[in-house]
Every structure is written in structure tokens, then in C-alpha cells.
Design a protein around this ligand. Structure first.
Ligand code: SF4
Ligand code: SF4
Ligand code: SF4
Length: 311
């Protein structure tokens, strides 16, 4: 484990856990990891203080413009429930704490990195991929802006960069792919001052979560959100109140890709077969994107030539 300080070390659930991206092999949404190694991150909502440092660190790590960290102490924005957007890959919301009204419950939201990601199944051009370690990443170069992933995701996570309709960008948490390549913890885990976020191997993280619930049955409800939901997720949560009341969707244990497929097949049952429709739409969007990229390249060439003449 290189380049890891003591604070970060405490935020990993298992000694020797690898922070690096485990292989770069892309799997199908339904594939099991051949190595069996899966990342897990625990969000302990009882420990989170709602400082939103994770939001700030996430933006910095992804080169998203942001205000100073000091300005994040403004709690007035908790008045309204906030959703993710193209410039916010993670957000923290505040919920009432009936047991102790002076201590609200804070819940950080981001892509859950599902074991069986519906977004990967839905993407017709392979712009979203599942890696061996369970993380789900995206490639903006391949994305054609069809937004099927947004429809398929049961957590309503992928967002669309509406400012760029010609060269669209789907955005979501990538589990800090670039940081993990250099053996660094995800930015949000690294900055969290209360260790409300714990990173490690999924089985180890589950063990820690179960222990905390067992040790404090008066604090936590007996439910680890993400352990089983839609086949399990990388991010998992423990809390003092029902997850329905924390705006976490009540989902069954069956993986979502099958569900999303049947939704698509249901929608198109009486129209053009989905594969044909996908092919037509995909071709149109791919051509549009290619033309836009060619225009961009021509522009750059033109500017360079112009510079050459000017100098
Ligand atoms: S939460 Fe949504 S976007 Fe994230 S991996 Fe699961 S299906 Fe995909
Ligand atoms: S893991 Fe990285 S991308 Fe995901 S919410 Fe945390 S900082 Fe953002
Ligand atoms: S940085 Fe940690 S304590 Fe602060 S809001 Fe995020 S998860 Fe909660």
C-alpha cells in the first residue's frame, strides 16, 4: 500500500486492501468478477455530520469548478432536497431525526456501483462498463447521448450535461478511477473528517457494518442498504431510521438488468423491434457525434494553420 497516510489508512476497513483499479478488464453487466475481489464503501449515516466536504473534494478531483471549501459550511441549502447534476456527482441531503431532533440525519448520494448495473445493460454503444473490482465507469468519447442509462437506473443517477447538446456528456461517480490508478483513496473517502465513509473489500465492509449494528442495536435499524438490493451494490449504508424515509428507493433483491430489458421490450412490443430501433437511433447519434468531432478537429487544424500563417 503506497502513498497512503495514517488518516487514509484508518479509512480502509482491511489492512492491505488494494486501492488500485483491480484490472481493467470490462465485464458484462451480468458477469461475476473472475477474481472475486469487490470494492465496498460503507456510508455510516450516524457518523456523517453533513459538512459536505465530500461534495467539494469530488468536484476538485474531477476538475469541476467549485467555490472554496469554507463556503460549504452554509447549511441553508439543506432546506431543499438536492439531486445530482452534471456538476455534482455526489450530494448530501438532510433528514429529520425523530429520536434526536437536534441531530439531523445526513445522507450522501452518488452512483451505487451496482453488482449488476442496469445502466451497463441499457447502453447500446458500450459507453458504460463494469470493471472487475465492481466499479462502473463511463467513456464520454463513446457516449452518443441517447440517455437510455438514465431511464434504466433505478437510483436515477446518471445525469446529462444539457449545456452541451451537440457533444453530450453523461456524468456520474466513477469511484475516482484516476485516483485509484495511483493507489489513492476516492477523494470523498479521503477528505471525510469523521470517517463516515469506510473503503475496503466488500466482504470486510459488510462485516464492519454488521458489527456496528450488533454493537448499537438502539442506534441502527437492522438493515444494510445495498447488501442485497437489486443484487447488491458497492456503496452500502447503515442508518438509524428506515431507508424509505431517507429517500432510498425500496427495491427487491433481483438484479435490475433483466427488469430494464423487460421495460424496453414492453415499451417497444407493439412498435419496431428494439434491436432495430436501437440500431437506427444508434447510427444517427453516432453519425451526429462523429460529424461534431470532425468539425471540432477541422476547426483546430484551421486555427493551427492560421497561427502558422500569422507568425
Ligand atoms: S446506480 Fe445506476 S448508474 Fe450507478 S451502476 Fe447502478 S444502474 Fe448504473
Ligand atoms: S468516489 Fe469519487 S467520484 Fe464518487 S462520489 Fe466519491 S469523490 Fe465523487
Ligand atoms: S465529508 Fe463525511 S461527514 Fe462530511 S458530509 Fe461527507 S460523508 Fe458526511
Amino acid at each position: 500500500m503506497k502513498d497512503i497516510n495514517r488518516r487514509d489508512f484508518l479509512k480502509t476497513a482491511a489492512i492491505g486492501v488494494s486501492m488500485s483499479v483491480f484490472g481493467t478488464k470490462f465485464l458484462k453487466a451480468s458477469d461475476e468478477s473472475p477474481s472475486g475481489y469487490r470494492i465496498g464503501i460503507l456510508v455510516d449515516t450516524d457518523v456523517c455530520v453533513g459538512c459536505r466536504h465530500c461534495e467539494w473534494a469530488c468536484k476538485v478531483a474531477h476538475n469541476i469548478p467549485t467555490a472554496s471549501l469554507e463556503s460549504y459550511s452554509d447549511n441553508s441549502l439543506f432546506k431543499e432536497y438536492r439531486r445530482l447534476d452534471a456538476a455534482s456527482l455526489t450530494v448530501v441531503n438532510e433528514f429529520e431525526n425523530e429520536k434526536n431532533p437536534s441531530l439531523p440525519v445526513y445522507v450522501k448520494k452518488q452512483c451505487m456501483h451496482c453488482e449488476k448495473p442496469a445502466c451497463v445493460s441499457a447502453c447500446i454503444v458500450g459507453a458504460l462498463s463494469k470493471l472487475e473490482d465492481g466499479s462502473v465507469v463511463w467513456d464520454t468519447k463513446k457516449c452518443i447521448g441517447c440517455r437510455y442509462c438514465m431511464v434504466a437506473c433505478q437510483f436515477q443517477i446518471p445525469t446529462f450535461d444539457y449545456d452541451k447538446p451537440i457533444d453530450p456528456q453523461i456524468r456520474k461517480c466513477d469511484l475516482c478511477y484516476d485516483r485509484r490508478k495511483t493507489e489513492k483513496l476516492p477523494a470523498c473517502v479521503s477528505i471525510c473528517p469523521t470517517e463516515a465513509l469506510l473503503f475496503g473489500e466488500r466482504d470486510e465492509i459488510l462485516r464492519v457494518a454488521k458489527n456496528r449494528i450488533k454493537r448499537k442495536p438502539d442506534v441502527y435499524i437492522n438493515h444494510i442498504y445495498g447488501e442485497q438490493e437489486i443484487g447488491g451494490t458497492t456503496w452500502m449504508y447503515i442508518a438509524s431510521k428506515s431507508f424509505d424515509n431517507l429517500k432510498m428507493p425500496p427495491l427487491g433483491n433481483s438484479p435490475a438488468p433483466g427488469t430494464s430489458e423487460s421495460i424496453q421490450h414492453g415499451i417497444f412490443a407493439y412498435f419496431v423491434p428494439p434491436v432495430t430501433l436501437y440500431a437506427i437511433l444508434g447510427t444517427i447519434m453516432w453519425l451526429t457525434k462523429r460529424r461534431s468531432n470532425e468539425n471540432k478537429e477541422n476547426r483546430i487544424e484551421f486555427e493551427q494553420e492560421k497561427k502558422g500563417v500569422d507568425t
